[in-house]
Design a protein around this ligand. Structure first.
Ligand code: HEC
Length: 119
């Protein structure tokens, strides 16, 4: 009897843990889905003259980088933000990081901040 009570308390604690582990104001997804469902739309908006979203995304993109590559991502995004050729940042980063990211981190779930999402 006792063991069942302890067990059910334990299970409910775990479930609450899972529920609150999603950080408020963020959406969990892997980088691939983020790039396809949000980054590409920001790119299209940019081409139509609506530039703010892509700027915001590129400013914050290094936050999503793997720890070891964060500095490099930051260098890439800042240099394109400074030059204003934001559309060239895609290739700069992809050439260097896309292949290894896909190989090792394809399934990693990131908490994407709301400001980086396109509704
Ligand atoms: C600082 C790094 C960085 C920048 C800048 C960046 N990306 Fe990406 N992108 C990545 C990485 C890493 C992946 C691989 C993610 C995966 O598939 O797991 C990726 C994957 C993608 C994919 C998935 C499709 C594919 O080819 O595998 C698309 C689409 C994409 N990016 C679009 C863009 C566009 C459009 C821009 C510029 C407006 C951009 N990205 C800028 C890092 C970046």
């Amino acid at each position: 009897m006792k063991i069942r009570i302890i067990l059910s308390i334990f299970i409910s604690l775990m479930t609450t843990g899972i529920l609150v582990s999603q950080i408020p104001g963020t959406k969990p997804m892997n980088l691939h889905d983020y790039m396809e469902d949000h980054m590409e739309i920001a790119e299209k908006q940019f081409k139509k003259g609506k530039k703010e979203k892509l700027e915001t995304i590129l400013k914050r993109l290094p936050e999503l980088a793997p720890e070891a590559d964060r500095e490099e991502w930051e260098k890439i995004t800042t240099s394109h933000l400074e030059k204003g050729d934001l559309l060239k940042s895609c290739k700069s980063c992809h050439t260097k990081f896309k292949k290894t990211y896909k190989k090792t981190l394809r399934k990693k779930i990131l908490d994407i901040p709301e400001e980086m999402l396109i509704e």
